[in-house]
Every structure is written in structure tokens, then in C-alpha cells.
Design a protein around this ligand. Structure first.
Ligand code: AMP
Ligand code: SF4
Length: 470
């Protein structure tokens, strides 16, 4: 008997191309631009209209695909995935895209998000005789689609999507069509663009820039796009409701050169820094950011505070994200390898150290120590998002409640634990204003559940975050 369904799709990146002679090569470049969304596995599926090919493996996109392997991926269209599974089953089968073949044809799926009712649906499917081969929640969706062979595929997909709950950005492909879906709340980012006569879809718009594609629009919440040689058709499988795009995408996860809902991520982070400087000013000499994700917020803080922004910390770019390291001990080691304080800049100074977020507190503690070892007189930590007090059920690994430092400690206690001279966070209102700048249309207000505990979807009584299931 296979294990429990694990949401193994945390924080992934998806990319697809329809109708281009170099589809696989473009998908490779697109996934390369999305590599920050997942470094554990990568895969590409192509179609030439009749046959589909799949290649995938563990590691970074350039480790999985040699030029020779990529050249073998012939076809006019393709979908791809980079995977960030922080815990649980890292097996080959779970690397995406997942590919299913049946008498009615092939179906490839690439998913970013987490389905909160996957386990209940899996039990139901197994009760009806389905045999699931992976522990990925994405396979549940494939089974829901494939068990309705009498329906046209787009209808079968829409039926399946009405049954799954949670957060999902989906790219699916058959021999002759591509399907693009965003959940009814649009929790995860997903954009449509074009390159000449070809259509491209990406988790983030930075991938469009890399391949010279033009952004068209974000996929709407509850929308299914059907793309084939006749063009793009938009269908709706859920009534329009307010979009609650993940705020952590703005805070940390997306690349600064991406636009989410038309808003540039770097500019949003800068506004977060400015709001933080207004909410939590401090007497200091210099402002520094933690490379790379908090540089934008640190620049905003410095600008607002009228203090010099300096490179007080340098990152060695050849060390992976600290978060990926499995143990606390290794994580601490990772931070040490990854960052150095610049003595010439911080020595004798009162330093404001801006970071985008605190999860476990490991990074902040280590950085305060690094800055003090390099001679900083005072270190004032300013966090450009509110305290993360609740787990995420929607595909971002913000750790288990037990590990979230802010779930169990007051700001004062965290300040002591990380050894800072002072610590302050941005308020939820400050974050919301920095992102949405008072917009009052339907898009106003993203998901802030990990900060506020106010989850935008139903959370099933037995829903536990994917990373707690491992
Ligand atoms: P920690 O050391 O556990 O407090 O991690 C905090 C650092 O991890 C911050 O500096 C963020 O840049 C980064 N971070 C925040 N959220 C996540 C996440 N969901 N996955 C990976 N890294 C994250
Ligand atoms: Fe994003 Fe937090 Fe909402 Fe999860 S709970 S989707 S990390 S804002």
C-alpha cells in the first residue's frame, strides 16, 4: 500500500510553450529563469501532435538536461516544471511533469500549489478501484480527469478542478492541446504571454523576458485556458471571486524582475521597506540588506530613512538556499558558507539589517552574529513582512508551527534569541498597502494567512501542511 498523499509541489515553477519549433529549448530557458522556485528536480514533456516525450530527473535544470537530451525532445509544444520539495518523498516518480498514458491518449501535468483535500479524494478514488502510482497530489487530479473518458477532455478537466480544493496553478498537455488553470482564488501566480505566433505560460513573468516573449495577462482565478493550433480559448469553471494571490510571492518568493498582477516585485518590496522605515524608525548609521531577496526592501528602508544603503553582507552565489538543508545543524553551516559581513563597512557602525522574513530565526541569528563579529556597534533587525505565525496550506513551505519562531515567541523574545539590539516587523496593514497601494478593485487584498491566520479557503479538519506529513 502506498503512503499518504504528500503535497510535493511546494513553491514550484511551471512553464509551457505552444506552437514553436524550438519548444523544448525555450522551456529549458524558461525553467532556468524559474530555477529559484525549485532546485530539487526538473522535467519537460513535449508533443509533436501525435506523440509525447518525457524527460526528467533530480537536480537543477542544467544538471537534468544536457544539450543532447534536450535535442531529443522534439515537438512543437511542451510543458516543464522545476520542483522544490522540502521534505517527504523525493523519489523520481514524483518529479514533474507527471505523465499518464491510456487508451484515450496521453496526459502530462505540471502543478504548483497544494491541494488541501487530496487525501480525501485519494481515499475516494482508491475506494472506487483506482491504483495510484505516486504519492503526489497531482496524480489525484489526473485520475479524476481520466475516469471520465466519455467527456470531452476540457470538460473532464473542469469537472476535476471543481472537486479539488486548495491552491493550484496547473499546466496540462495532451498530444494536441494544452490546458492552463488557476484555482478559484488565484493563490499562485501564473501568466500568459506570446512569442511571435506561439503562446507561452509561466509561473513568473521574468521567464518571458529571458526568451523575448511579451506578457499578455495573468491567468484569472477559476479560469481554464485551452490552447491548441486554433488559438487560445478561455473557459470558466468557477464563479468569479476575489483573487487572494499569495503575499509571500511579493515578500520573498518571486524574482524582483517579475510582475505579479502587473505589479513589479522589486518596486513592491521597496515600498515594504519604506513602510517599515515609517513604522519602525531607528537611530543608525547604515542600512544593509540580506542578499538577494531583501535588497529591494533594504533600499526602500534606506531611502525613506535618509540613511546610506551599503553592502554590509556579501553572498557567495554558489551555495544553495539555506532552507533546503535538511537539519538545523546543516542549515547553520549553510548560512555560514553563504554570507559574509563586510568589516570595512560595518565596523564601529550602528547597522539596520533588513531581511524579508523570519521563518525559524536561524538566518537572522547568524547574521546578527556575523555583523557583530565584523565589528558592528549595534544591529537593528527590521523585517519587511509581519511575523509568520501560521503554517501555509497552499504550497509554500513556511515550516511547521512548531518550528515557526513567531508562532511560539513574542517579538521581544525573538529579539533576544537572535541577539539583536532591536527587532521590528512590518504590520499586515503596512504589507497590504505596500503591495496594493490602496487599490479597491476586485484584486485588492492577497492571502496573508501565514501572518494573520485568516485562510482564504476552507481548511479541511484533517488538512495538515504537506511538510508535516513526511
Ligand atoms: P529562517 O532562517 O528559517 O528564519 O529563514 C528565513 C530566511 O529564509 C529569510 O531570510 C527568507 O529570505 C527565507 N525564506 C522565507 N520564507 C521562505 C520559504 N518559504 N522557503 C525558503 N526560504 C524562505
Ligand atoms: Fe502565501 Fe502565506 Fe497564504 Fe501560504 S499562507 S499562500 S505563504 S500568504
Amino acid at each position: 500500500m502506498l503512503g499518504e498523499i504528500k503535497g510535493l509541489n511546494e513553491e514550484c515553477g511551471i512553464f509551457g510553450v505552444w506552437g514553436h519549433s524550438e519548444a523544448a529549448q525555450l522551456t529549458y530557458y524558461g525553467l532556468h529563469a524559474l530555477q529559484h522556485r525549485g532546485q530539487e528536480g526538473a522535467g519537460i514533456v513535449t508533443t509533436d501532435g501525435e506523440h509525447m516525450k518525457l524527460a526528467k530527473g533530480h537536480g537543477l535544470i542544467n544538471e537534468v538536461f544536457s544539450q543532447e537530451r534536450l535535442d531529443g525532445m522534439t515537438g512543437h509544444s511542451s510543458i516543464g516544471h522545476v520542483r522544490y520539495a522540502t521534505s517527504g518523498d523525493g523519489s523520481y516518480e514524483n518529479i514533474q511533469p507527471l505523465m499518464f498514458r491510456s487508451q484515450t491518449g496521453g496526459l502530462a501535468l505540471a502543478h504548483n500549489g497544494n491541494l488541501v483535500n487530496a487525501q480525501a479524494l485519494k481515499n475516494q478514488l482508491e475506494g472506487q478501484g483506482s491504483i495510484l502510482q505516486t504519492t503526489s497530489d497531482t496524480e489525484v487530479v489526473a485520475h479524476l480527469i481520466k475516469r471520465a473518458p466519455h467527456l470531452p477532455i476540457d470538460e473532464a478537466i473542469m469537472d476535476a478542478l471543481t472537486m479539488v480544493k486548495g491552491a493550484y496553478a496547473f499546466l496540462m498537455m495532451t498530444e494536441d492541446q494544452m490546458f492552463v488553470a488557476n484555482d478559484p482564488r488565484g493563490l499562485r501566480p501564473l501568466s500568459l504571454g506570446y512569442l511571435g505566433d506561439s503562446w507561452v505560460v509561466s509561473s513568473e513573468t521574468c521567464a518571458f523576458d529571458v526568451i523575448g516573449a511579451t506578457y499578455e495577462r495573468d491567468i484569472r482565478p477559476g479560469e481554464l485556458l485551452v490552447i491548441d493550433n486554433d488559438g487560445v480559448k478561455s473557459k470558466r469553471y468557477s464563479a468569479p471571486i476575489q483573487r487572494t494571490l499569495c503575499s509571500m510571492e511579493y515578500v520573498y518568493f518571486s524574482r524582483p524582475d517579475s510582475n505579479l498582477d502587473g505589479k513589479n516585485v522589486h518596486a513592491s518590496r521597496k515600498r515594504m521597506g519604506k513602510s517599515l522605515a515609517k513604522e519602525a524608525p531607528v537611530e543608525a548609521d547604515v542600512v544593509t540588506g540580506v542578499p538577494d531577496s531583501s535588497i529591494s526592501a533594504a533600499i526602500g528602508y534606506a531611502e525613506q530613512a535618509g540613511l546610506p544603503y551599503e553592502l554590509g553582507l556579501i553572498k557567495n552565489r554558489y551555495v544553495g538556499r539555506t532552507f533546503i538543508q535538511p537539519s538545523q545543524e546543516l542549515r547553520e553551516q549553510g548560512v555560514k558558507m553563504k554570507l559574509s559581513a563586510v568589516r570595512g563597512i560595518v565596523e564601529g557602525k550602528r547597522v539596520v539589517m533588513v531581511d524579508d522574513s523570519i521563518v525559524r530565526g536561524t538566518t537572522s541569528r547568524r547574521i546578527v552574529q556575523l555583523l557583530k563579529e565584523a565589528g558592528a556597534k549595534e544591529v537593528h533587525v527590521r523585517i519587511a513582512s509581519p511575523p509568520i505565525q501560521n503554517p501555509c496550506y497552499y504550497g509554500i513551505d513556511t515550516s511547521t508551527s512548531g518550528e515557526l519562531i513567531a508562532a511560539n515567541n513574542s517579538v521581544k523574545e525573538i529579539e533576544e534569541q537572535i541577539g539583536a539590539d532591536s527587532l521590528a516587523y512590518l504590520t499586515p496593514e503596512g504589507l497590504n498597502d505596500a503591495i496594493y497601494q490602496g487599490e479597491d478593485d476586485l484584486n485588492h487584498g492577497g492571502c496573508m494567512a501565514c501572518f494573520t491566520g485568516n485562510y482564504p479557503t476552507e481548511i479541511y479538519p484533517n488538512t495538515i501542511p504537506p511538510y508535516e506529513k513526511a
